[in-house]
Design a protein around this ligand. Structure first.
Ligand SMILES: [Zn+2]
Length: 89
């Protein structure tokens, strides 16, 4: 593959032809466009990992939610018991 020195060194996967092509964007930094610059890719990856961490934390909270729900239901049952006692009176 002949690399165009003015173009980004990044490769783009084309699903249809199942081939890698040289990125068609103009090289902006170290021979890469901002999309394919390794530093930018790392920055994006870190951002994504941080997002994943947040998502995982949120999932943990959802995972623990059923217990909160059971507590809530137990609370409702307690209230119902009081109602029953009232009926018996
Ligand atoms: Zn590129």
């Amino acid at each position: 593959m002949i690399l165009d020195p003015d173009k980004c060194k990044g490769e783009v996967w084309e699903q249809i032809s199942r081939r890698f092509y040289q990125c068609s964007r103009n090289a902006k930094k170290d021979g890469y466009c901002m999309q394919h610059h390794p530093g930018e890719i790392r920055k994006r990856r870190d951002k994504r990992l941080k997002k994943w961490d947040e998502k995982w934390e949120r999932n943990q909270r959802i995972h623990n939610a059923p217990f909160e729900h059971i507590k809530y239901l137990e609370g409702l049952l307690d209230n119902q018991c009081i109602e029953f006692k009232r009926w018996e009176d």
